[in-house]
Design a protein around this ligand. Structure first.
Ligand SMILES: NC(=O)c1ccc[n+]([C@@H]2O[C@H](COP(=O)([O-])OP(=O)(O)OC[C@H]3O[C@@H](n4cnc5c(N)ncnc54)[C@H](O)[C@@H]3O)[C@@H](O)[C@H]2O)c1
Length: 275
């Protein structure tokens, strides 16, 4: 039986770790050719190595998705490696930079919009010649283009709001608007555009804040993680009674990328354990 994503060219941003990494490995197991992207070189190269060990095809395009020149480089290196046709983009790269609104700086606010909605928009725009334009030609020639997909990653914070995340929740809400608009603009060319919104997934992003993990962004240290008190509440608030592991979360992305979802567009799929 043919694998679900056999030969498809797929870009997954932020796929060096966490949910993106799990999705990349699952996509590769289903026959996809992967573009692994991350701001950090070592984890991205590790994932490429894992995929090649499985007998799959992958390249890394390392860089910051918020850099103005990154989307252009990402798409041109993808096309150089795999040819001028892109099947699936998963806009997943992201992080949190929390503060209550009255203490939040402009820099904190803007950083979240940059990574969670501006970068996905620019990547989609840059990919247009290799997705939309190809699909327009296919439609002219065959009456219908093959199914291509964009999957943007949102969060329950974007759908319901979250204390201390005015910036993150606004950006994750904005990416829902981008998704719904792109589903209308590109739907006539058989490009499905959906959001997968996560609840609480056990990754570096949600590890105990008390561990003191920081990431560096433009020379500034950004504390990530969730306070233990809140982490414990997840078990009570989530109907399934637990956080998900990254593979369970990535399965929601794979489901939307699969042919099973070829007639689903403009939707927000909540992968939250019911939370
Ligand atoms: N973990 C959760 O509970 C949860 C919940 C809702 C939504 N999300 C979303 O899921 C996505 C993946 O998060 P995760 O939990 O796997 O986190 P993670 O930290 O494990 O992985 C995210 C990856 O994105 C990369 N990244 C961050 N900023 C980047 C940038 N500017 N350019 C390129 N790469 C960058 C990181 O280096 C990291 O490898 C994010 O968009 C996040 O907001 C996660």
């Amino acid at each position: 039986m043919e694998k679900m994503l056999q030969g498809k060219v797929c870009i997954i941003t932020g796929s060096g770790r966490g949910i993106g990494r799990s999705a990349a490995l699952m996509f590769a197991a289903e026959g996809a050719r992967l573009v692994i992207t991350d701001i950090d070189n070592a984890p991205a190269e590790e994932v490429v190595g894992e995929i090649r060990k499985m007998g799959g095809e992958a390249i890394a395009v390392v860089g910051d998705v918020t850099a103005a020149d990154y989307p252009g480089r990402l798409i041109s290196e993808t096309v150089e490696a795999f040819g001028p046709d892109i099947d699936i983009i998963v806009n997943n790269a992201g992080y949190t930079w929390d503060a209550t609104a009255h203490k939040m700086t402009d820099k904190q606010w803007q950083a979240m919009l940059d990574v969670h909605v501006t970068a996905p928009f620019r990547i989609i725009r840059e990919a247009s010649p290799y997705m939309r334009d190809n699909a327009v030609k296919e439609k002219e020639q065959n009456g219908r283009a093959k199914c291509r997909k964009i999957i943007n990653i949102s969060s329950i914070a974007g759908l319901d709001g979250n204390f201390g995340q005015a910036n993150y929740s606004s950006a994750k809400a904005a990416v829902v608007g981008l998704t719904k608009t792109m589903s209308r603009e590109w739907g006539p060319f058989n490009i499905c555009v959906n959001c997968v919104a996560f609840g609480f997934i056990d990754t570096r992003l949600t590890q105990s804040k008390e561990k003191g993990e920081v990431i560096e962004k433009d020379g500034e240290k950004v504390a990530i993680g969730v306070p233990d008190k809140i982490r414990m509440m997840v078990n009570l608030l989530c109907p399934l009674g637990r956080a998900a592991d990254p593979d369970e979360a990535a399965a929601g992305i794979l489901m939307m990328a699969s042919p099973m979802a070829d007639y689903i567009t403009g939707q927000v799929i909540r992968v939250t354990g019911g939370m």
